[in-house]
Design a protein around this ligand. Structure first.
Ligand code: FAD
Length: 403
């Protein structure tokens, strides 16, 4: 019965090239499969259905109607096409072998990721060459853009990595301060595009001590925010982190959800995508930044972001969530998660495509409500968000760094 389907699969594979996807479906009735004009590949427990890109949504609705649950969606890679076309129909097929690795997964991580070139015992001593305020008049708090000269050492990094800073001095117990991590805000080539600098975006931590009522300032963030231009011996280590790397795929859809200084890695991505010219990376996909801040003067890198949005309307979409100025649909404050609710349908459609990556960076509090929204949105489509999220993670399409 499946032989003809598989033969059809082989010929349609040729016709659609790489624009074929495999839905792995649980709980789909045998009738549901055979009624399909698609090309089911059976294995025990779940059913695999090959779907052309143009029919993805339609097929998703059909599966839901038939009571099925989509466990994963992957592009039909060259290798798995061969498997689909030649494997005996009644043989169980492995779902997660290297052969079935999605294209995104295979291409997701750049090669040669530098990590821990410098360690706390042997830090790199950087020189601050720039330190300016990013919050405009009337905004809340202090956020500074800092650039350090790294021309002397061997410090290298990629967009999305972080750097450790050890503030000078000792803590309350007389011990040297521990390092604090900061997301790198520049591309690997640095703000001057000469491979000689690294930039950070640092908010000075400031809060009222609940016991004394006194204002307390964070140790490391205050140290950095108050650095003079020309200050030397800033102890840096790293780089660290592989979670937030940008995929080398030029056609990817990159959804970025940021709060406050969570913009740092996304600034680096956007500069790499649109401001710099590279032989080996010419971004042609879609980048969508949803940026949460309290007030308009707190929109970090506002001018540059808006310039990019204006210059590249087909490739860069910029959405603000300004909590103290805008209202959400329920009349409450407009947070990043409110925008995610507003665009949930669109975002979820995008997430179902294998070239889409979802990034979250910034305040810890943003993650639970966003998860809740995706849970509901997935349910509407008969998808279990927890499973879907796990699969996205496996495919290296979900990247979260909250602090
Ligand atoms: P500390 O002197 O270490 O004070 C922090 C402590 O103050 C907390 O542990 C808590 O005990 C207390 N505290 C804080 N707020 C309150 C409050 N409201 N009420 C009572 N007590 C409170 N920060 C950035 O600015 N930019 C970045 O790009 C950035 N990237 C990061 C990336 C990663 C992966 C991580 C983990 C963190 C990142 N951070 C970033 C946060 C940064 O590492 C520091 O935590 C931050 O700068 C505060 O350090 P500090 O030394 O100034 O504060």
């Amino acid at each position: 019965m499946y032989g003809s389907s598989l033969a059809a699969s082989a010929s349609s594979t040729a016709a659609f090239g790489k624009r074929l996807f495999v839905y792995e479906v649980e709980g789909l009735s045998q009738n549901g499969q055979t009624e399909s004009t698609n090309y089911p590949i059976r294995r025990s427990g779940t059913t695999k259905i090959v779907v052309p890109y143009s029919r993805m949504n339609k097929e998703m609705r059909r599966i839901t109607r038939l009571g099925g649950k989509i466990v994963s969606i992957k592009p039909l890679s060259d290798d798995s096409q061969t498997t689909a076309a030649t494997a005996p129909s009644n043989q169980p097929q492995q779902s997660n072998t290297a052969k079935n690795k999605s294209m995104t997964q295979a291409k997701a991580k750049p090669k040669d990721i530098p990590v821990n070139i410098y360690r706390p015992k042997n830090p790199f001593m950087g020189k601050c060459v720039e330190n300016y305020e990013l919050v405009e008049e009337g905004g809340v708090g202090t956020v500074r853009h800092l650039t350090f000269d790294i021309s002397e050492g061997d410090l290298r990094y990629l967009e999305g990595q972080s750097i450790g800073i050890i503030p000078p001095g000792e803590d309350d117990r007389g011990k040297p301060h521990k390092l604090r991590l900061y997301s790198i805000a520049s591309t690997r080539h640095g703000d001057r595009v000469d491979d000689k600098t690294i930039s950070l975006c640092v908010r000075q931590l400031e809060y009222e001590d609940p016991d004394t009522g006194k204002t307390v300032y964070g140790v490391c963030s205050s140290y950095l925010c108050n650095l003079e231009e020309g200050a030397e011996n800033v102890a840096m280590m790293g780089p660290v982190g592989k979670e937030m790397l940008l995929p080398p795929d030029e056609d990817a859809t990159i959804i970025m959800l940021a709060t406050g200084t969570g913009i740092a890695p996304f600034r680096a991505y956007l500069w790499r995508m649109f401001k710099e010219q590279h032989e080996d990376y010419k971004f042609k996909g879609l980048a969508w930044l949803i940026f949460g801040i309290p007030k308009t003067p707190n929109i970090l890198y506002k001018e540059e972001l808006e310039e990019l949005a204006q210059k590249y309307p087909d490739n860069f979409r910029l959405t603000y969530a300004i909590s103290r100025e805008q209202k959400n649909a329920d009349g409450g404050k407009m947070y990043v998660q409110s925008r995610v609710i507003e665009y949930a349908d669109q975002i979820f459609e995008m997430l179902q495509k294998p070239k889409t990556h979802l990034y979250m960076c910034g305040l810890k509090g943003m993650e639970p409500p966003i998860n809740e929204t995706f849970t509901e949105e997935a349910q509407k489509r008969g998808i279990n968000w927890d499973d879907f999220r796990k699969q996205m993670k496996k495919d290296d399409r979900l990247h979260i760094e909250v602090y």
